[in-house]
Design a binder for this molecule. Structure first.
Ligand SMILES: [Zn+2]
Length: 188
């Protein structure tokens, strides 16, 4: 957000107003993925945009397509490279809260696809962000992994959206670890 001369005061006031709510969201989140029982499994809807892309009903910039996953370019990139790794085989989980221990292999496979894509595009995993949004902060009700690089070039107003370790965004490796330990994400 750019503050023009007259809007500077408003911007400052907004920042002060929103800061406590952001802190409130971040703080309880670190505890959320501890011992809570998983929600009933929810599947992706048939009519979401990613399902339509998989069925070839909606156009997208596809960079990789296999039996299990499709990788597309994000329509609103946060950095120079911004991809979405999307599972294809039904039943596709709706989001990270639908994942259980048995999905750890699938999420790890998505991570491996992401790492290969980063490499192919000339980026190092150390300068990237790989992760998932947590409901209610999801745009499409179909599990999808964000792959963003370089992390240092993320546009200013999108930094918060992809901030790892918050209530709304979880790192893929951390998600795999949690799932393996039988812990669910985002259940309260
Ligand atoms: Zn997302």
């Amino acid at each position: 957000m750019r503050c023009r001369k007259g809007g500077l005061l408003v911007c400052l006031q907004l920042s002060v107003l929103f800061l406590p709510s952001i802190c409130f969201l971040v703080l309880p989140c670190t505890m959320q993925d501890s011992s809570c029982s998983p929600k009933p499994r929810a599947e992706a809807t048939r009519d979401n945009d990613f399902a339509k892309i998989i069925r070839g009903e909606l156009r997208a910039s596809v960079v990789f397509d296999s039996e299990s996953f499709i990788v597309i370019k994000d329509r609103s990139p946060a950095s120079k490279l911004h991809l979405q790794v999307i599972p294809k085989i039904p039943p596709v989980p709706r989001d990270v809260t639908s994942l259980t221990k048995e999905h750890s292999f699938m999420v790890e496979s998505m991570h491996n696809v992401a790492v290969k894509q980063l490499k192919d595009h000339g980026y190092d995993i150390g300068e990237s962000i790989i992760g998932f949004h947590i409901p209610p902060f999801i745009s499409v009700p179909h599990l999808h992994m964000h792959v963003i690089a370089p992390s240092s070039s993320i546009v200013f107003w999108k930094r918060l959206k992809y901030l790892q370790g918050t209530c709304w965004f979880v790192d893929s490796k951390k998600l795999v670890e949690s799932l393996r330990r039988g812990k669910s994400i985002g259940c309260v």
